[in-house]
Design a protein around this ligand. Structure first.
Ligand code: TYM
Length: 344
């Protein structure tokens, strides 16, 4: 049983337009956690610059993610919303973790391998070091739970390994400073529900992603009702009727994806969806899904636009959140500097 009070941290990179995968895999799940946990939701702008960003786009993306958190129902007074670069301790702890983590651990990261591809000599050093910054984000706040989509699982496993290694490497100093032996918590990934991996609407072999070139493959959070409905109706599917059991979706990636999206939006299980639509074809299912998606997403988009029209209000919220986050971060870093042996 962890001695740490339940605390959630999660983040989204401002590196492209927010999409349905980000919403269902992350943001939608951030909201109910507020009832049971102290939550910190971050716009991870330091992560975004591991790949070059146009400065104006970076700013726009930062406002957009903050607006999405607010529009989806994150409460910035009870909880914390901020952008990472305003709390410099993230970069400081990341450096220390760079000196804890092993090259071999980092070289195993599949997301790095996918993103670097054949270009390993020409990507930024930051892209390679990215997971130790992510571990720093999480451990700076002695977080216990991290809700993310399936693609972040390996990074969270690495975060556990880094915490464990730091606790072991500095065990003597931790105890000399009268700090708990488990100084950094061993976090719990929270990767649950029917939508942990939303796929491209045009190709079930790919996940929906910010870097996708085809806008027909991706539902963006700021899409209007018409665009949402069109994209769903034109989504790739197959010629068969929906099965009546979840097992029948096996090998039918696009069908499984659309059923998962329906389930996540309606907050029911995939089996519940099949109880209603099993035996029916996509001619029936897609219009029902389009109606549901529009009813759910259009009000959020409208709310986001309202926030985006008031950038000063967003800045005030981010600054206030950063001030409160910094208070927690500074306390952790004072202990970390002492543990490592820096004179302060
Ligand atoms: P990012 O910005 O790529 O994605 C943000 C969140 O959205 C989830 N997600 C998806 N979920 C389901 N289906 C998809 N197609 C899909 N695409 C994205 C991601 O899993 C993520 O939860 N490294 C992180 C950001 C980060 C972070 C952190 C997260 C930095 N520090 C600390 C948690 C804790 C990332 O690049 O997310």
């Amino acid at each position: 049983m962890s001695k740490f009070p339940p605390r959630v941290f999660s983040g989204i990179k401002p590196s492209g337009d927010l999409h349905l995968g980000n919403y269902l895999g992350a943001i939608r799940r951030f909201v109910p956690l507020q009832k049971t946990h102290a939550c910190i939701y971050c716009v991870v702008d330091l992560h975004a610059i591991t790949v070059w960003q146009d400065p104006e786009d970076l700013k726009r993306g930062t406002y957009e993610i903050a607006a999405a958190y607010l529009a989806a129902g994150v409460d910035p007074k009870e909880h914390i919303i901020f952008n990472q670069s305003q709390v410099v301790e993230h970069a400081e702890l990341a450096w220390m973790f760079n000196c804890v983590v092993r090259m071999g651990w980092m070289q195993r990261m599949t997301q790095y391998k996918d993103k670097a591809g054949k270009n390993t000599q020409n990507v930024s050093l930051g892209l390679f070091a990215y997971p130790s910054l992510m571990a720093a984000d999480i451990l700076l706040y002695q977080t216990t739970h991290v809700p993310v989509g399936d693609d972040q699982k390996q990074h969270l496993e690495l975060t556990r390994d880094i915490a464990q290694k730091f606790n072991n490497d500095f065990a003597g100093s931790i105890s000399k400073n009268n700090l708990p032996a488990e100084f950094f918590p061993i976090i719990e990934p929270v990767i649950t529900g029917p939508a942990t991996r939303i796929l491209s609407l045009k190709d079930g072999a790919k996940k929906m992603s910010k870097s996708e070139q085809s806008s027909a493959a991706t539902i963006y959070m700021l899409d209007d009702a018409d665009a949402i409905a069109k994209k769903i109706k034109k989504a790739k599917s197959d010629a068969d009727a929906l099965p009546s059991e979840v097992a029948g979706l096996e090998g039918r990636l696009e069908a499984g994806n659309l059923v998962g999206i329906y389930a996540a939006l309606a907050d029911i299980s995939k089996q519940d969806v099949l109880n209603e639509f099993g035996g029916k074809g996509f001619g029936t299912f897609k219009p029902a899904l389009a109606d549901l998606a529009v009813a759910h997403l259009a009000p959020i988009a409208e709310n986001m636009r309202r926030y985006l029209a008031e950038p000063d209000e967003i800045e005030t919220i981010l600054k206030d959140g950063a001030n409160r986050a910094r208070t927690i971060a500074q306390k952790t870093m004072k202990d970390v500097r002492e543990i490592i042996g820096f004179v302060q």
